[in-house]
Design a protein around this ligand. Structure first.
Ligand code: FAD
Ligand code: 2HG
Ligand code: ZN
Length: 470
């Protein structure tokens, strides 16, 4: 084993092979659900170095856990507790290799932080639309490996829809240079799409060619109080009709989720939190002008108030106000973490079924766990709810998870299946849902997934124990 350490040191430099000391930034997941133990953390600086590291690990039979910003929600990017897995961090590979304004593409290395890419695109007068609260630290490689969603999916799609080509180091240490900027290419199986969403289990993504868009002339944000989840769905239908492709964001937030933001960040103003069981945040991006966008928004909100699907609404006056509203929404996961360990369900459902799903599932949880607190929010425009469960007020969160997590997951996942939904809309399977997947995925689909995994990674060295058990 020490041979491997010295080999890795000679490949990437001793300063970039971390062993011993405090490695919790790499070993502990963002939600603090599991503190793993790495054999070493290796930080290569180029695709060639990644390939050499993978070859050395493959020869030694040492498993690899690819890692970007370590902001994942399902314990997918950290090692297990065995002390035998190498964490391969892409954080030193941050270069923007090429930006082609005419082709509307950018080619970027996997460790590039999402926010840096958004800024780079904006400097070129263009938009990279992927947006999520972790954008200050998550990486493009991690976004691709989890097929991240975020707050602009209803207009621009998931990360998969934003990707035209990728570069991958295979589990054998070969490099596939698939950095195509083509929008059409029907030359056989889509290997790119196999790696997107594979959560580090099929290879290491080292770079990608991504789509850019023209910047809208104006982007406006509104916040509405809505009386029920049915009303929120009705407002979504109206917004789609009235704003068309201009509707770029539609987020729903339950009163308890917002009250956690108000509790943990008292300096933040949370509109309508006292008065309304639900709030909705809407975004309208317009290619004509700010006046046009505002007039559209005002007409939508007036119609919504008249129809009773909103009880109050405001349109942000300027960019600073819009940012504040987004900041409130994006602070929910952090406020929830401040409140204590919790159970997360990142689910998708047909939008039409969401009100009935919530009514039934809320009632069952409240009946079975007196005092349980439901932190319900998410990307309603995509049919994606973060249907999270927090221990009763003042309860011991560790004991709550130990005693209740399995039963709560079971109840919620069965309800999701009953309403024909998915148990993971955006965060993925990782290790937290690996044992639930076989119950909710068809046997045929699972067997094809295993066949793919065995074909590409026969030695099971790429992020073993995540997504699938072999
Ligand atoms: P990591 O956490 O490091 O890794 C995630 C997975 O990808 C792991 O399985 C890892 O092995 C694999 N991986 C990472 N890099 C590579 C690579 N280069 N090659 C191969 N495999 C790799 N997610 C959403 O979808 N939508 C949201 O709105 C959203 N909001 C969030 C808000 C907060 C506050 C936080 C903390 C997280 C949020 N997430 C969200 C989850 C997370 O940010 C995303 O999953 C993100 O895409 C992970 O990127 P990362 O670089 O941190 O990846
Ligand atoms: C979000 O939409 C993220 O903010 C995190 O996907 C969701 O904390 C969560 O459950
Ligand atoms: Zn989300």
């Amino acid at each position: 084993m020490n041979d491997l350490i010295s080999q890795l040191q000679s490949l990437v430099g001793a300063a970039h092979v971390l062993v011993g000391g405090d490695l919790s930034a790499y070993e502990l997941d963002w939600r603090r659900r599991q503190h793993g133990k790495a054999f070493a953390v290796v930080r290569p600086a180029s695709t060639a170095e990644v390939a050499a590291v993978v070859r050395a690990c493959a020869a030694a039979g040492t498993p690899i856990v690819p890692q970007g910003g370590n902001t994942g929600m399902v314990v997918g990017s950290t090692p297990d507790t065995s002390g035998t897995q190498v964490v391969l961090s892409l954080q030193r590979m941050q270069a923007v290799r090429d930006l082609d304004s005419a082709n509307l593409t950018v080619t970027v290395e996997a460790g590039c932080v999402l926010q840096s890419l958004q800024e780079r695109a904006r400097e070129a007068g263009l938009l990279f639309p992927l947006s999520l609260a972790a954008e200050g630290s998550c990486t493009i490689g991690g976004n691709l490996a989890t097929n991240a969603g975020g707050t602009q999916v209803l207009r621009y799609g998931n990360t998969r829809d934003l990707c035209l080509g990728i570069e991958v180091v295979t589990p054998q240490g070969e490099t596939w240079e698939g950095l195509s900027g083509l929008r059409k290419d029907n030359t056989g199986y889509d290997l790119r799409d196999l790696f997107i969403g594979s959560e580090g289990t099929l290879g290491v993504i080292t770079a990608a060619t991504l789509k850019l868009y023209p910047l809208p002339a104006a982007t406006l944000t509104a916040w509405a109080a809505v009386p029920t989840m049915e009303a929120a769905v009705q407002l979504l239908t109206m917004a789609r009709r009235k704003l068309g492709a201009g509707l770029t964001g539609f987020e729903v937030m339950g009163q308890f989720a917002l009250s956690l933001v108000a509790r943990h960040y008292p300096q933040m103003r949370v509109p309508f939190v006292q008065d309304s069981p639900w709030c909705v945040l809407l975004e309208n991006a317009d290619h004509e002008s700010e006046e046009h966008a505002r007039a559209q928004f005002e007409s939508l909100l007036e119609a919504a108030l008249e129809a009773g699907c909103a009880t109050d609404a405001v349109v942000a006056e300027n960019i600073a106000q819009a940012r504040q509203l987004w900041h409130v929404r994006e602070s929910i996961p952090l406020a929830q973490a401040e409140e204590g360990l919790n159970i997360k369900h990142d689910i998708s459902l047909p939008i039409s079924s969401i009100p009935a799903f919530c009514a039934e599932t809320d009632a069952r949880l409240v009946r079975e766990i007196p005092g349980v607190r439901l932190v319900n929010f998410g990307h309603l425009g995509d049919g994606n709810l973060h249907y999270n469960v927090q221990a009763p007020e003042g309860g011991d969160a560790v004991a709550f998870l130990r005693e209740r997590e399995h039963a709560v997951n079971d109840l919620v996942h069965r309800q999701v299946a009953r309403f024909k939904g998915s148990i993971s809309a955006e965060h993925g399977v990782g290790s937290l849902k690996v044992d639930s997947l076989p119950t909710y995925k068809s046997a045929v689909a699972l067997s094809m997934m295993r066949a793919v995994k065995r074909a590409l990674d026969p030695a099971n060295l790429m992020n073993p124990g995540k997504v699938l058990r072999l």
